[in-house]
Design a protein around this ligand. Structure first.
Ligand code: NCD
Length: 312
């Protein structure tokens, strides 16, 4: 048992054996998940609350499915933040959740740091399901599992993360995970969509897509996150696609066996061409969704055991 933390709030700061443990356990859950069988005794009597302050399809349903496969009682709470003071709501919610004796709390919030705040206020183990532009740790774990199962390793691979890096919590979690596990990580995108100090995370920055893709083993596309943009950072979707959209012509610069990934939801014709997204040989986008359930089973299982926990 290499993961002794109470929560999963971020990938940043995790050590290779902790990530390795979660990936190995997740790998062992892939077949169980495919068989449709359950191991209901593992989380029997535990309550999992999905607390989503932001929209989600894949993440919420896969946490729900993962919890049910392991026998937990799953409650879904969707909360609108439009007209309320977020800080107050969160703390009020924390008090309610404590009163409900929740064991596992899965949180998505549009404010970076919200899950960390909740983790200090609730008794439950908190899992970050995406906070603002900060992190989305289970997405990075499912991406890593997909890569590992396809390529046999993570170490030594060249991974190009392309597009709207600035607003992407998926990019941040993946950068931390992949650099920690020994990949060479590149980020490619227009200067307006690149965080100022991204290079300090040990990645190489490209402002030309074809250069960024040259010789890559993995091409990870990001959604253009217009809902997080406060000003106009891209000229037009047509022009964005021309320079930054992944189509067959740009993909040809990557290795011939390079895999195409996208966390979803996709803007087809904006950051990715449908022919590439649906390519049965190169695209592993559906597999990423499948791996999401196995990864979340592994995370729920690990956190609910709590053996020798250090409460970090
Ligand atoms: C991502 C998210 O919500 O951060 N989606 C997901 O969880 N699969 C990426 C995105 O919204 O673009």
């Amino acid at each position: 048992m290499f993961y002794r933390r109470k929560h999963l709030l971020a990938i940043e700061g995790l050590h290779p054996p902790e990530i390795g443990h979660l990936l190995e356990l997740a790998d062992s859950y892939v077949l169980l998940n495919r068989s449709g069988k359950t191991q209901r005794d593992l989380l029997r009597g535990r309550t999992l609350i999905n607390l989503f302050f932001e929209d989600s399809t894949r993440t919420r349903t896969s946490f729900e499915l993962a919890g049910k496969r392991l026998g937990a009682d799953v409650i879904n709470m969707s909360v609108s933040t439009s007209s309320v003071n977020k800080g107050e709501t969160l703390l009020d919610t924390a008090a309610t959740l404590n009163a409900m004796q929740c064991d596992l709390l899965v949180v998505r919030h549009n404010q970076s740091g919200a899950p960390n705040l909740l983790a200090r206020k609730v008794d439950a183990s908190v899992i970050n399901a995406g906070d603002g532009t900060h992190e989305h740790p289970t997405q990075a774990l499912l991406d890593a599992l997909t890569i590992k199962r396809r390529k046999g390793r993570i170490e030594g691979l060249t991974v190009a993360i392309c597009g709207d890096v600035l607003h992407s919590r998926v990019a941040r979690s993946n950068i931390h995970l992949l650099t920690t596990m020994g990949s060479q990580v590149r980020v490619a995108g227009p200067p307006t969509l690149m965080p100022a100090e991204v290079a300090k995370f040990g990645v190489t920055v490209f402002h030309d897509m074809k250069e960024g893709l040259a010789g890559a083993d993995i091409v990870m596309m990001l959604r253009l996150q217009k809902e997080r943009m406060t000003s106009s950072l891209v000229p037009s979707e047509r022009e964005y696609f021309r320079f930054w959209g992944l189509d067959a012509e740009k993909l040809a610069f990557a290795k011939p066996d390079a895999l195409v990934m996208h966390p979803g939801p996709m803007n087809r014709g904006v950051e990715i061409d449908s022919a590439v997204a649906d390519d049965p040989v190169r695209s592993v986008i559906k597999e990423q969704v499948e791996m999401g359930v196995a990864v979340r089973m592994a995370v729920l299982d690990t956190l609910s055991r709590g053996d020798g926990r250090n409460d970090a």
